[in-house]
Design a protein around this ligand. Structure first.
Ligand code: ADP
Ligand code: NI
Length: 212
């Protein structure tokens, strides 16, 4: 298993080396480390957690026309090719399917402790100071305005309206980032999300003050 994790790490590190959307290798590495920290508190399987964390964004729907099936399929193909055991592949593929946020009104339940740890770690990296940095990196790369005072946020009821919304980046805080602290799955994830949430609120207060 250690050899498999090292191989996956090498592949992912290379594939994500030059990303400028906030989904670079260091995002994957932070998610992996936080997921392992949560896994130890939750007594989740560290190897399944680490593999899924490394593969969670391998073919993200945001970069594949909103297709949610490409990520799990790519993860499965890679693990198959490397000779991973089928019962591990099936756990990892389920986690990759469950991890993503899909709109304010869409429930994203998890079916295992390992999935809870990977989803929480990915969500922690979307909030706080790093979350702010990543949101504006993504917005810039995708031609979004920083802010438009007349364009109000939408709480999307389904994945397609969430995916197709090309609104300004400040709206993304209300449509996703500020909602995450109440959707954390683990106790330690929730505690860390609380302080990152407060930081984002301070950031928004200061942003509006400077905007005038
Ligand atoms: P998820 O799978 O839950 O979307 P990711 O690891 O792929 O999680 O990262 C999502 C991050 O991408 C967001 O937290 C944000 O930083 C950025 N992002 C996605 N959509 C937008 C958007 N519309 N505006 C700004 N940032 C966005
Ligand atoms: Ni991610």
């Amino acid at each position: 298993m250690t050899g498999l994790i090292t191989k996956i790490e090498e592949i992912v590190r290379e594939r994500f080396a030059n990303d400028s959307t906030g989904h670079d290798w260091w995002h994957i590495d932070r998610v992996r480390k936080n997921a392992l920290r949560l896994a130890s508190a939750e007594s989740a399987d560290p190897e399944v957690t680490e593999l899924a964390a490394l593969l969670h964004d391998i073919a993200d729907h945001k970069f594949h026309g909103g297709d949610l099936s490409v990520g799990p399929a790519t993860a499965k193909a890679l693990l198959d090719e490397l000779g991973c055991e089928q019962h591990i592949i099936s756990q990892v593929v389920t986690i990759v399917t469950e991890v993503s946020f899909k709109g304010a009104g869409v429930e994203t339940a998890v079916s295992s402790k390992e999935a809870a740890c990977v989803q929480d770690a990915d969500r922690l990296d979307a909030i706080g100071a790093i979350g702010v940095a990543r949101a504006f990196a993504y917005g810039g790369k995708n031609d979004r305005l920083l802010y438009h005072p007349d364009h109000k946020p939408t709480l999307h009821a389904d994945f397609h309206s969430y995916y197709n919304d090309k609104g300004h980046t400040i709206n993304h805080f209300y449509e996703k980032l500020l909602l995450l602290k109440d959707r954390m799955q683990t106790a330690s994830g929730k505690a860390e999300a609380e302080s990152r949430h407060q930081f984002m609120k301070q950031f928004l207060d200061e942003f509006y003050r400077e905007w005038g």
